[in-house]
Ligand binder design. Structure first.
Ligand SMILES: NC(=O)c1ccc[n+]([C@@H]2O[C@H](COP(=O)([O-])OP(=O)(O)OC[C@H]3O[C@@H](n4cnc5c(N)ncnc54)[C@H](OP(=O)(O)O)[C@@H]3O)[C@@H](O)[C@H]2O)c1
Length: 288
C-alpha cells in the first residue's frame, strides 16, 4: 500500500516512520514538499506520486497563534483538508486525518463519545472541526481520528508538555499547572499503531483515538516529574503549583473538560488501548 504521510517532520509522522512494517510503503513529505496552503502543489504531487492512501498529520497546531494568524490557520486546518479530501475522492485515494478534543466545549463533564455534539470555543478548534467534517463528508472510506495531549520522543522536536515540564525542572524554575483543564495524554507511538491497524482493517469514519484515563494538567505534570525522578532524568521533583486557567489569562477561550471515550476504537481494534503511563515510561527511557 503506497501511502503518503504529510507533515513528515512532525511528532506523529516520526512514530509512523519508526513502527511501520515493510509492507507499508510510506513516503514522507515535509512542509515545503507538500504544503497544505498550496492547493496547486498538492494536486501536482498527487499526480506525480500516485499514493493509494494519504495520512495527513500536517496541521497548524499553535492554538494561541491561530487566534492571530486567523487566515493562515483556517487555510491549513479547515480549507486544505477539504481540498485534499476532494482531490482524494477524485483519485480514489483513502484519506486519514487527525482532529482534536477541542472540538468540544467541555460542558459535559463526562467522557465524550463520537456521537456527542461538537461546539468549538476558539478559532483553532473551529478550523479543525470544519476540516474533519469535510474529510468525513468526502468519502465513507476516509478516517478521522480525534486525539488529545499528544506526547512522545522526537529526535529534534522538544515542544510537548513532557519536554516543557522537564526543562523547567532542570532549570530549577517553579512550575505552575492548571487543575481545571482535564484531558487524556496520548502516546504518539500508540496513535501511529492504531492508525496502521485501522488502515489494515479497512475501517472508515470517526474515532476518538486516545489512551485510557483522563487527568488534569496539574496531576499530569506531577506524574511526569515523579516518573522522571524514578528514571534518573532529574534528581528530585520540584513542587508544582496548582493554578486555574484564568491565571494564564489569555483572551482565548479553552474548554476545560475534554476527556474523550476510546470505547469505539477499542471495540474496533478488539483490544484495550492502554494507559499513557506506559508510553510516558517508554519516552523517558529514550530520553536517558
Ligand atoms: N500534538 C497534540 O497535542 C495534538 C492534539 C490534538 C490533535 N492533534 C493533531 O494530531 C495531528 C498530528 O499532530 P503532531 O503532534 O504530529 O503535530 P506536529 O508535530 O506539530 O506536526 C505537524 C507538522 O505539520 C507541518 N505543517 C504545518 N503547516 C503546514 C502546512 N501548511 N503544510 C504542510 N505541513 C505543515 C509542521 O511543519 P513545520 O513545523 O515546518 O511548520 C509539522 O511538521 C495534527 O492534525 C494535530 O492537529 C495534535
Amino acid at each position: 500500500m503506497k501511502t503518503l504521510v504529510t507533515g513528515g517532520d512532525g511528532l506523529l509522522a516520526h512514530q509512523l516512520k519508526k513502527i511501520a512494517p515493510r509492507n507499508f510503503e510510506l513516503l514522507f513529505a515535509g512542509h515545503a514538499e507538500f504544503d497544505l496552503a498550496n492547493p496547486g502543489l498538492m494536486a501536482q504531487r498527487l499526480a506525480e506520486w500516485h499514493p493509494q492512501t494519504i495520512i495527513n498529520t500536517a496541521a497548524y497546531n499553535l492554538v494561541d497563534r491561530c487566534e492571530i494568524e486567523r487566515d493562515l490557520s483556517w487555510l491549513v486546518n479547515a480549507t486544505a483538508p477539504e481540498t485534499l479530501a476532494k482531490l482524494c475522492a477524485e483519485k480514489n485515494i483513502r484519506l486519514v486525518h487527525y482532529s482534536t478534543d477541542y472540538v468540544f466545549d467541555g460542558k459535559k463533564k463526562l467522557p465524550y463519545a463520537e456521537t456527542d455534539t461538537a461546539n468549538p470555543l476558539n478559532h483553532y478548534a473551529a478550523g479543525k472541526f470544519a476540516g474533519e467534517q469535510a474529510v468525513l463528508r468526502a468519502s465513507p472510506k476516509n478516517l478521522v481520528l480525534r486525539t488529545s495531549w499528544v506526547f512522545d520522543w522526537h529526535p529534534t522536536q522538544t515542544k510537548t508538555f513532557v519536554h516543557t515540564v522537564l526543562k523547567s525542572a532542570r532549570e530549577g524554575r517553579a512550575f505552575k499547572s492548571t487543575t481545571d483543564q482535564v484531558s487524556v495524554p496520548t502516546f504518539a507511538t500508540d496513535l501511529a499503531q492504531w492508525t496502521l491497524d485501522l488502515l489494515r482493517a479497512g475501517a472508515g469514519g470517526l474515532f476518538h483515538a486516545v489512551n485510557d484515563e483522563g487527568v488534569s494538567r496539574f496531576d499530569w505534570a506531577k506524574i511526569i516529574l515523579d516518573e522522571a525522578v524514578r528514571t534518573g532524568l532529574i534528581s528530585s521533583a520540584p513542587a508544582v503549583e496548582p493554578v486555574l486557567s484564568s491565571f494564564f489569562s489569555t483572551t482565548m477561550r479553552r474548554p476545560d473538560y475534554t476527556v474523550m471515550s476510546n470505547e469505539k476504537l477499542s471495540r474496533q481494534l478488539g483490544r484495550p488501548l492502554g494507559s499513557w503511563r506506559a508510553g510516558l515510561r517508554k519516552m523517558l527511557a529514550q530520553m536517558k
